[in-house]
Design a protein around this ligand. Structure first.
Ligand code: GTR
Length: 421
């Protein structure tokens, strides 16, 4: 049914569509981009599409169909066949393959504060040392453990792509990018590392990172792992550490990240099935957003601006979204039957909130295959109306690109239902 522009917004957020037939929606109207923001962003970035009416017609690949066209009808078939096929495509074409070289990782306590946050937590500055034979690579990370947990605590590993946050900085100032006190108060242990300490977030940073260390100085192969994958790998090493801490339950650990960190967190949980939840905040293109929509950042733009994030095979798809062998709903599906949380921001159209929500919904049949409930309603929720359904959750909040206390609040409400016992 076509809906006329002259809808009436009634008190209480009910919308009555005028067409003679009165259809009454429950609750506030679904989110859609603010036309003023669309106009402004369109002016600032000519050549980038922010106009919903210009989103091309597309058909998403069916996550539950194998490459030979067979229907995936059971969790076993997904695990044995389809999941591996998808993983192989995402590895070889976009995020790159991690090396198979054997390595050892050791963790060293650098310094400790036992009474952080009025005695609520112990903070640890740590160093991870990765060894391949005699060669070594080190990266620092930060851990906070609750002092008064009843039983083992669940945990959040946060991929930090902003500025380093050692124990002292965390204690001195609340930072919504990694709100440690809130996490502790809500019963979580938490650990975080800075992305550039694992692999520099720069086009020309390869030589100084973990990828070059593994390659022993050799250049990256066309399907070799990109920086996003190396950061996901870093998150897995923090999980290795948490698994050694008696007060932490390593089977109840979420991995979180914002923007490029959110792309990395989805990939981290795809590669490492020990993560119980992946939280992607404003991750956008090559994160949670459907690439075929070509809304906001596109494959071509991202591959050119951030070549170090991916393997070079991604360039084959620049401007050719309809040729993509997968789309990002299948990245979300790789985390099934574990949980995925996606968050967007009202003014962050570069990350395409509609595409992020759409990918989450399009992944829901894979959760369904496992008998799990998941967000499947096609209408988006309104601002600040989180939608949490079984193994997946979503919210969109007012404001622009960023990770704030409201994002964490909604995410922790969702995570609590799954990780708290
Ligand atoms: C942007 C990039 C996005 C997003 C963002 C961020 O410049 O185009 O894909 O990752 O950076 O990480 O904040």
């Amino acid at each position: 049914m076509k809906i006329r522009k002259a809808n009436l917004m009634l008190a209480g957020g009910m919308v009555v569509y005028g067409l003679g037939v009165a259809a009454v929606a429950q609750g506030p109207a679904p989110w859609s981009a603010n036309p003023k923001v669309v106009e402004e962003l369109g002016r600032k970035r000519p050549g980038i599409n922010y106009d919903e009416s210009k989103v091309p017609a597309y058909e998403l690949p069916d996550a539950l169909k194998t490459s030979s066209g067979a229907r995936v009808t059971s969790p076993a078939m997904w695990e044995r066949q389809r999941r591996g096929e998808l993983l192989e495509i995402f590895r070889s074409q976009f995020y790159g393959r991690r090396p198979e070289t054997k390595y050892i990782v050791k963790f060293q306590l650098v310094s400790e504060v036992k009474d952080a946050f009025d005695g609520a937590a112990t903070g640890r500055d740590m160093m991870a040392t990765v060894s391949i034979g005699e060669r070594k690579f080190e990266f620092p990370f930060t851990v906070f453990l609750p002092n008064k947990a009843k039983g083992k605590a669940p945990a959040v590993v946060h991929i930090n792509n902003r500025y380093p946050l050692p124990v002292k900085a965390v204690i001195e100032k609340h930072d919504p990018f990694w709100p440690v006190r809130t996490l502790i108060e809500r019963g979580y242990a938490t650990a975080s590392f800075h992305t550039s300490h694992v692999d520099p977030d720069r086009k020309d940073g390869y030589d100084k990172g973990i990828r070059a260390f593994f390659a022993n100085g050799q250049p990256q192969a066309a399907d070799g792992w990109g920086a996003l994958s190396s950061w996901g790998w870093g998150a897995s090493r923090l999980l290795d550490y948490l698994a050694t801490v008696p007060g932490v339950d390593a089977t109840r650990v979420a991995v979180s990240g914002h923007s490029r960190g959110g792309k990395a967190s989805l990939w981290a949980a795809s590669e490492d099935t020990r993560f119980a939840i992946a939280y992607s905040n404003d991750s956008g293109c090559m994160g949670a957003a459907i690439s075929r929509r070509k809304y906001g950042e596109t494959v071509e733009v991202i591959a050119k601006a951030f070549p170090h994030w991916f393997c070079s095979n991604i360039n084959k798809y620049a401007g050719k979204e309809s040729d993509l062998p997968v789309d990002q709903h299948e990245l979300i599906a790789l985390v099934a039957p574990r949980a995925v949380y996606v968050a967007s921001a009202d003014e962050d159209l570069w990350a395409d909130p509609k595409g992020e929500y759409g990918a989450l919904v399009a992944a829901s049949p894979v959760f369904g295959l496992f008998g799990k409930q998941a967000v499947s309603q096609t209408d988006m929720p309104a601002l600040l109306q989180p939608r949490h359904v079984g193994s997946t959750g979503y919210h969109i909040r007012p404001g622009g690109h960023g990770l704030d206390d409201r994002d964490w609040g909604f995410f922790l409400d969702f995570a609590g239902g799954l990780l708290k016992r």
